[in-house]
Design a binder for this molecule. Structure first.
Ligand code: GAP
Length: 443
């Protein structure tokens, strides 16, 4: 099951409109993916739940939405132009390039099978270079951001002064980042453009361990909310010498993907490295004056970092089930594929399925769907047999299906089917809103 789980997820994602290969009609572009109608809903639901949990529901967090292209000096100061590198080797035979830390260079080339063909390892910078304006000379070089964090450091003073937050407090952001990865792959796991959700939590240096542990706990709680079971997670304290150039402690939250145990999220103690570097390079004073103690200091930073695409991938992997369920024929069962997504993340919360296309049924069903859409994302489907329609909704993770049948015209009631228990309940149309509100908000 594990081995082909990725294939099943990639196939379902394409077939049902979660994720398509990018630029497909031109033969695609390796490792680029487009989120389709259901994928974009899943993605937005994750982003909104994250923002609500870590920003709007808290008094100690504010957000920003900064420009993707920043002054190139930012990346010089942050150390990215010098140190944001991966070790690269090239096979002299087939000219394929690999990350030296991901293959055994003493063994044969994984692509052409020749031995002793690798070049010496060299550091390859992951920053995406571009040019501003009409000239493509050295003076107009700029970079697409490789991480979100730098804007939170560069804007620290403006955010702190305008929001009047006192330390400890955090600045959060969500958005696209770009890295010229040597070996992208494994579907949406590693791509050259991806969406990050992260925050910088500014603290007094004496308190870093306390805050570090707190945020590790909050990251675990978020993963539980996303339906990720703890048995598939590994908390890996990164050893000295292996951490990013700015970090004094890093815990990688790793996940047991079907293709191996790899990073899902990161939690780093970035010390005052970034703010100090920006003070040195810009001349700005980024110190904080504590209004109670009158102490002036450069704040330290704890950074929880969440890749959105990896979140979407693990949410799909965890939700995917193949179950034997009884059919309408006595004693027979059939396999159903179902995404048991957390309700908050499901692309559609509800689907309305009239038993037949007859106008008297579709009129009632359309009215119900229009009313439900004022509150929740709601699908409507009146083609094919009801069994096939249920299977489709199961496969896309819709928690509730509402069938409108001929009895509905007399008793003003509908049948609500629960995705997970398969239980069906008869509910009066006038009660539908309160029934679903209770189920959806309680989840
Ligand atoms: N600001 C800290 C930072 O960027 P990182 O570990 O380099 O740290 C953070 O990246 C997260 O971004 C990772 O934990 C992962 O979830 C996600 N990520 C990193 N590179 C990625 C890529 N090429 N494709 C998709 N997600 C990626």
């Amino acid at each position: 099951m594990q081995n082909d789980l990725m294939e099943k997820i990639v196939s379902l994602a394409k077939r049902r409109g979660f994720v398509f290969p990018g630029s497909e009609i031109y033969g695609g572009l390796a490792n680029s993916w487009d989120y389709g109608p259901l994928g974009v809903e899943l993605k937005r639901n994750i982003m909104e739940a994250w923002w609500q949990r870590f920003v709007t529901s808290r008094g100690d967090m504010v957000g920003i939405d900064a420009a993707i292209i920043m002054n190139p000096k930012v990346w010089e100061a942050s150390g990215h132009l010098e140190s944001f590198t991966d070790p690269l080797v090239e096979c002299k035979q087939c000219h394929n390039r690999f990350r030296a830390d991901q293959i055994d260079v003493k063994k044969a080339c994984p692509n052409c099978g020749n031995k002793d063909t690798f070049t010496e390892s060299r550091n390859f910078n992951l920053m995406f270079k571009t040019f501003l304006g009409a000239a493509d000379d050295a003076k107009s070089v700029a970079y697409l951001r490789g991480e979100l964090a730098q804007a939170m450091f560069v804007d620290f003073k403006s955010v702190q002064e305008t929001s009047r937050k006192r330390i400890p407090f955090g600045i959060a952001q969500q958005g696209k980042c770009f890295r010229n990865e040597i070996t992208p792959g494994n579907f949406i796991f590693r791509t050259r453009e991806f969406t990050l959700m992260e925050f910088e939590y500014f603290i007094h240096p004496d308190e870093w361990e306390k805050h570090f542990e707190y945020w590790l706990g909050e990251m675990k709680a978020w993963l539980a909310f996303c339906g990720v079971s703890e048995k598939n997670l590994v908390f890996h304290d990164i050893e000295d010498g292996e951490r990013a150039h700015y970090s004094k402690r890093t815990v990688d939250i790793e996940y047991q993907y079907p293709f191996g145990q790899k990073e899902l999220y990161g939690l780093a103690y970035r010390t005052d490295y970034d703010l100090k570097r920006h003070m040195d390079f810009s001349g700005a004073d980024l110190q904080y004056l504590d209004p109670v103690t009158n102490q002036k200091y450069v704040p330290h930073v704890i950074e929880p970092s969440f890749g959105l695409d990896r979140t979407a991938l693990v949410v799909l992997l965890e939700a995917y089930r193949e179950e034997e369920v009884p059919t309408s024929k006595e004693g027979e069962t059939a396999t159903r594929t179902v995404l048991k997504l957390p309700i908050a993340l499901a692309p559609y919360k509800v689907a309305v399925l009239p038993l037949s296309k007859k106008p008297e049924l579709s009129d009632v069903a359309q009215k119900i769907a229009a009313d439900l859409r004022t509150r929740w994302s709601c699908d409507y489907d009146e083609t094919q047999s009801i069994g096939r329609r249920y299977r489709r909704q199961d496969e896309i993770g819709t928690p509730f299906c509402i069938t409108v049948d001929f009895d509905s015209l007399n008793d003003q009631s509908v049948t609500v089917r629960d995705r997970d228990t398969l239980k069906q309940e008869r509910i009066a149309i006038t009660e539908l809103n309160s029934y679903l509100t209770e189920k959806i908000t309680k989840a």
